[in-house]
Design a binder for this molecule. Structure first.
Ligand code: AMP
Length: 400
């Protein structure tokens, strides 16, 4: 069985065709600049890579080109599009309307579109992708939507409510949702399997640290709290996102600068975090180099990152009344040995200790970096959101 995994942005379409027999990637690629001049597709298959410039007025033309690349030429991997058994779509926001990955019908697409009111940057693009997939692949191929929010849908209300008028929640859906759910799910399940335990037996803190970062408390396989909130702006400082800020700063800066709400929101999303504090870069590698060369603001940014991660791990240990395992994942979590070491150094009281040599290793699907006297397992797990989407798609479409 072959499953096509799709991630549509407003001007891009990422795809991966996965062979579910051995969960290997058959081909992958991206269409970029959809609806903009200079659009192109990058396709990787059969150990080759191709970049082809093609006009993509809409996502439908992009999907048609993906099919063409998969079925013809040197990058061909299937004879007929009918070999694609199902399509799994990553969708950013399911709010309270979707508590599970869901088979797509017209009403599902309409609801994802309505949720564009609270996810304007993402959900409208997903609707374009879903309609284009239907147009290009036909009605017989099942489409499944897999939401970034769903794994967090188990949070109790004391964790997801904000202390604002209850009507904001009832009338405007204002609450914590959490994101990166597919990654938190994948790495927590992988960790449980690696440890030879059922998810129900474990209290895990999963740290997804990348350009966007979030941390989740996963108690018995269910998320009980997470650091991102109503939007992916909340929680830890990130590449360009501020993370948590006292809300009164926003109105204060609005008065000082004359920026309006939309401008401030863009600022908090694009000009803050690593970039804003360091003035160097939004990229953790650049910060590590700059800090090594004596740049004090880069060093401060990394100190803030480590401190904030430690505080989340500490508070989530309290939230779960225990901690069996910490998982690091995402570009920073998987690759920055120094970030992992510094975070864990400050958690000795919790029984966290890591093995320095093991921590320096890279590229393992799961790396157990727990020290000899560590009471809490510390794992580095390579996330694979596409595979998680493919597995969910298979389960929802075929009940397997
Ligand atoms: P992601 O969004 O998951 O792709 O992660 C991107 C982030 O991972 C960027 O901040 C990168 O600088 C960071 N990253 C990738 N490789 C390394 C590395 N070897 N050391 C430190 N940070 C890294």
């Amino acid at each position: 069985m072959k499953i096509l995994v799709i991630n549509c942005g407003s001007s891009s379409l990422k795809y991966q065709l996965i062979n579910m027999e051995d969960e290997s990637v058959i081909c992958k690629g991206i269409c970029e600049r959809i609806g903009i001049e200079g659009s192109f597709i990058k396709h990787e298959a059969n150990d080759g890579k191709w970049t082809v410039e093609v006009p993509f007025p809409t996502h439908t033309e992009a999907f048609a080109k993906v099919v063409e690349m998969m079925t013809t030429g040197e990058g061909k991997v299937i004879d007929d599009v009918k070999e694609v058994s199902a399509i799994g779509h990553r969708v950013a926001h399911g709010a309270e309307s979707f508590k599970e990955s869901t088979l797509v019908d017209d009403e599902v697409i309409a609801e994802i579109g309505r949720l564009g009111a609270i996810a304007p940057l993402h959900n409208p693009a997903h609707v374009l992708g879903l309609n284009s997939a239907k147009a290009v692949f036909g009605a017989d191929v099942p489409n499944v939507v897999v939401f970034d929010t769903v794994f967090h849908a188990t949070m109790p209300r004391k964790a997801y409510m904000y202390a604002v008028p209850y009507e904001w929640y009832e009338d405007h859906k204002v609450r914590r949702y959490g994101f990166h759910g597919t990654s938190h799910k994948f790495v927590s399940l992988t960790a449980a399997e690696f440890l030879g335990k059922k998810p129900e037996e474990l209290k895990i803190v999963t740290c997804h640290l990348g350009n966007g970062s979030s941390i989740a408390a996963v108690d018995g396989g269910k998320v009980v709290d997470t650091s991102m909130g109503f939007s992916p702006l909340a929680g830890l400082l990130m590449g360009t996102r501020s993370g948590d800020v006292d809300p009164s700063v926003v109105s204060f800066i609005a008065e000082k600068t004359g920026m309006n709400g939309t401008e401030l929101s863009q600022y908090l999303n694009k000009k803050c975090g690593f970039l804003g504090v360091s003035g160097v870069s939004s990229d953790c590698r650049d910060l590590e180099i700059a800090a090594g060369e004596g740049n004090d603001r880069a060093a401060l940014t990394l100190e803030m990152l480590v401190y904030q991660i430690q505080k989340f791990i500490g508070s989530y240990t309290a939230a779960m009344n225990g901690l069996d395992c910490i998982v690091f994942t995402g570009g920073i979590g998987e690759n920055s040995a120094s970030t992992r070491a510094k975070v864990c150094e400050g958690l000795g009281w919790f029984g966290v200790e890591i093995d320095a040599e093991q921590n320096s290793k890279r590229g393992l699907a799961v790396n157990d970096i727990t020290g000899a006297n560590g009471k809490v397992k510390v794992l580095v797990v390579q996330t694979n959101e596409e595979l998680m989407i493919a597995r969910d798609t298979k389960r929802v479409a075929f009940g397997e």
